[in-house]
Design a protein around this ligand. Structure first.
Ligand code: SF4
Length: 452
């Protein structure tokens, strides 16, 4: 009987990507995925340090898994419990100390070693020896070498990591500490993985990196390529009809990259470009290396090249020292720029980051009030954007079946979730195809239409 693997993924798309790769590497060792920890021989908590109280949530999940592990042990079954990801990287030794039930802790750059770690843990357990392993090395190169050998699943969309880590050191962020300094994969290695994805039927590829538009990979002839060159080359791969990239930093939106949105038709008219705040004073305290004027100029340049660009962003409210006036400037910027969708959060301090020790922390109730106000505005803008496409015919990539019979789920070029009525059409014939959909309705979170 095949061994079973349960993975809980917290946080961002990088973590979703990493979890998929863990499933791939463990599949090669004969493990198959299960959706319940009770059935699992191996449980992995792939953690994220970005959200509030991240570590506490992990400890509470460890507590739940401990009970399952104890029950299994009473029944003579062993379970390996592993904690990976950014909390593991930041607090690995502490987790080992505080949670003896955890068998192994590994950082985001070492999960290619998961099979070896699991094997070692199991063999140490069998000998009755201490089976605890801690691996939080930060060198990235080897990880990608190992992962490129993985099998590729058949599906129309895929993530492809091209870059990891960050050197920007925004004062609120743990990424430079948990993912390490910036690393760009070699052009040839990215191309090899991309060709494998296209051969497996991937139509839409999303290039991933913590600071993806800072990409500077080396080509075979030793030249440095930026993201514009890479996207242009990837667009020539047979089968790729859509290319997206995330997450970008305003500082690295070069003119060449902006131009790609006008010259490469496969580059979708959608961009996630976090600004974080609308006050230059706050942006400076965040060490964001852009200000509102440079950000607005970038958006204007993008919209000149790609007039229908759908913009997405991230916002943090209640950063230390943020006054009512600073917050009002954020609201003003949102009104001026307008977003098709956005993510917004209250500032929450991460131990070890400069912002955690800053004076003038903003009171929780003030943060909550500001967030409510900002989210109401962003929600209205998202609704307006979704309504603006009603009556238009959009090209939609069909990814999955819909919630009800006779419907399918897909994405518009602008990343909108689309529920498509397909009538009597055969879903299997539509899956992975880009079809014309006449949009009939636009709601706050999705749009609906019929095959045109
Ligand atoms: S650019 Fe992004 S990943 Fe890098 S430190 Fe700032 S917020 Fe973190």
């Amino acid at each position: 009987m095949k061994k079973k693997l349960f993975i809980k993924t917290y946080g961002c798309q990088m973590n979703v990507y990493d979890s998929e790769r863990m499933i791939d590497v463990m599949a090669m060792e004969g493990y198959e995925e299960t959706d319940s920890p009770e059935n699992a021989d191996l449980v992995v908590l792939n953690t994220c340090h970005i959200r509030e109280k991240a570590a506490e949530k992990v400890y509470s999940d460890i507590g739940r898994i401990r009970k399952i592990k104890d029950t299994k042990k009473k029944n003579g079954e062993e379970m390996v419990l592993a904690v990976g990801g950014c909390v593991a990287q930041a607090e690995g030794a502490e987790i080992m100390k505080r949670a003896p039930v955890v068998d192994m802790v590994f950082g985001p750059q070492t999960y290619h070693n998961l099979p070896k770690m699991v094997e070692k843990s199991i063999s140490l357990k069998a000998k009755g020896e201490k089976s605890r392993i801690l691996d939080t090395d930060l060198s990235v190169d080897e990880k990608f070498d190992q992962l490129s050998k993985k099998a590729v699943k058949k599906k129309p969309t895929a993530f492809l990591t091209i870059q990891e880590g960050c050197d920007k050191f925004c004062t609120y962020c743990v990424v430079p500490y948990t993912r390490g300094s910036e690393f760009s994969r070699k052009v040839d290695d990215v191309m090899k993985d991309a060709i494998k994805l296209a051969e497996a039927g991937v139509v839409e590829v999303t290039l991933l990196g913590q600071n993806v538009n800072a990409y500077h990979g080396t080509s075979a002839d030793g030249e440095e390529w930026g993201l514009p060159e890479l996207i242009t080359k990837l667009a020539k791969i047979d089968g790729f009809e859509r290319i997206r990239y995330t997450t970008s930093h305003p500082h690295d939106m070069t003119d060449d990259l902006i131009n790609v949105h006008g010259t490469v038709k496969e580059c979708m008219p959608y961009l996630h470009l976090p600004v974080q705040a609308g006050s230059d004073k706050v942006l400076k305290a965040m060490n964001r290396s852009h200000n509102t004027a440079t950000y607005k100029k970038t958006i204007a340049d993008l919209r000149k090249i790609c007039p229908d660009l759908a913009l997405s962003g991230d916002f943090i409210v209640g950063f230390p020292g943020e006054t009512d006036e600073d917050f009002e400037q954020t609201m003003e910027l949102v009104r001026e720029v307008t977003y098709a969708q956005a993510y917004s959060f209250k500032f929450s301090s991460r131990p070890g980051t400069p912002a955690a020790d800053m004076d003038s922390q903003v009171a929780e109730d003030v943060k909550s009030q500001r967030l409510t106000k900002l989210q109401a505005l962003l929600k209205t803008q998202q609704m307006d954007f979704n309504k603006s496409v009603v009556g238009k015919t959009l090209s939609v990539l069909i990814e999955n079946t819909g919630k009800t019979p006779g419907t399918a789920f897909g994405r518009s070029p602008y990343m909108q979730a689309v529920q498509v009525s397909i009538g009597d059409a055969d879903f299997d014939q539509l899956k992975g195809k880009i079809v014309d959909v006449l949009i009939k309705e636009g709601g706050p979170f999705n749009i609906q239409g019929v095959l045109a």
